[in-house]
Design a protein around this ligand. Structure first.
Ligand SMILES: [Fe+2]
Length: 346
């Protein structure tokens, strides 16, 4: 099949997602079903997930690469670097409420150039246990201010109360704002069968439709490999981000130590998937207390440096103002003197 060359992908920009039917063939679905049945899985927070081996994902390389290349050609989205994959389950009632993904945003720092290839593998009912999505163009129509704030970003969690939905900012902290309508009014829930592809940008707000059927979905993530990851942005953020980072100390300490070892503030994303980084990680140790100490020190150092820069800039502005005032006074006196002379001696 043509994975994308002749397909209209403009909805990926307008709505933030597209659906491609029968993206996987029967043989490919069987390969993933076999992996799911023998894959032990890991717990992440309160959720159990499974990680497919990379060589299994590479079976799809031709299709995935053709599609990401077509996206680069047809849109301004650049996401041709495969990060990896994960299986999501609804077993045991596992479901997610309205959110943008969080950790992937902390790390990649871009969710516009970030694609989630969401493919149900085990899907008993096309009408159940799908992903519900807030189309970006509908969010723009109903809540343009909120749209601007979440566009290209991640780590937004929506808290639904009886009267409104509050968009919480789990990156910097605080709230983006709220809406007083039911988000289901603007949401869409594409019905997917096993092997169908829902391709969505990282900034699209989504949730699990329901956990009434036993569904397993494969999710493969791509981003822009050359995108610069900033150490300052990684360190910065609110208390929620701080506590979430502390839950994965080995991961974040390795990233931060790599910036220090290379003596730079920016590293291309793809370098964190290099042999050099893998080698470097073997020398790293991550502890919760170590990461907490590191982050607090970095935040204080950066805040102090910023304050010093602000004080320095303020002092320079004051000095420039003083020099300017003196120059004007001198000029005024010179002009007054020359006027007095010309009045006396003309
Ligand atoms: Fe998600």
């Amino acid at each position: 099949m043509s994975a994308g060359r002749n397909r209209d992908l403009s909805d990926l920009v307008d709505k933030g997602y597209v659906v491609i039917r029968s993206f996987l063939d029967r043989h490919e679905i069987t390969l993933f079903e076999a992996d799911i049945s023998q894959n032990e899985g890991v717990w992440y927070e309160a959720y159990r997930v499974k990680i497919p081996p990379r060589n299994l994902l590479l079976h799809l390389s031709d299709k995935l690469d053709a599609l990401t290349a077509a996206i680069s050609m047809q849109t301004d989205i650049e996401a041709t670097f495969m990060i990896g994959g994960v299986y999501f389950f609804t077993d045991g009632g596992q479901r997610f409420s309205w959110h943008q993904d969080r950790e992937s945003y902390y790390f990649t720092q871009t969710h516009y150039h970030y694609l989630n290839f969401y493919i149900p593998i085990i899907k008993p009912d096309a009408g159940k246990s799908n992903l519900s999505l807030i189309p970006m163009n509908r969010l723009h129509e109903r809540s343009p201010d909120l749209y601007e704030q979440v566009l290209g970003r991640g780590a937004c969690l929506v808290e639904e109360t009886q009267h409104n939905s509050i968009f919480c900012n789990e990156n910097e902290g605080g709230k983006y704002g709220s809406v007083n309508y039911d988000l289901s009014e603007i949401a869409e829930t594409p019905e997917l069968k096993s092997g169908d592809l829902l391709l969505l940008r990282g900034d699209v707000i989504h949730k699990t439709q329901d956990a009434e059927t036993s569904r397993v979905a494969l999710s493969i993530r791509f981003t822009q490999g050359s995108h610069a990851v900033s150490k300052a942005k990684l360190v910065d953020g609110g208390f929620k981000k701080f506590t979430k980072m502390l839950e994965m100390p080995a991961f974040y300490q390795s990233l931060l130590a790599y910036f220090d070892a290379r003596g730079t503030e920016d590293i291309p994303f793809q370098d964190f998937y290099s042999d050099d980084f893998a080698q470097f990680c073997r020398t790293c140790q991550g502890t919760r207390s170590g990461l907490r100490r590191y982050l607090v020190n970095e935040k204080l150092r950066r805040r102090l440096w910023q304050s010093l820069m602000e004080v320095g800039a303020g002092a320079m502005r004051a000095e420039a103002g003083r020099v300017n005032r003196n120059a004007r006074r001198w000029l005024k006196e010179r002009l007054a003197k020359s006027a007095w002379r010309s009045a006396l001696f003309r």
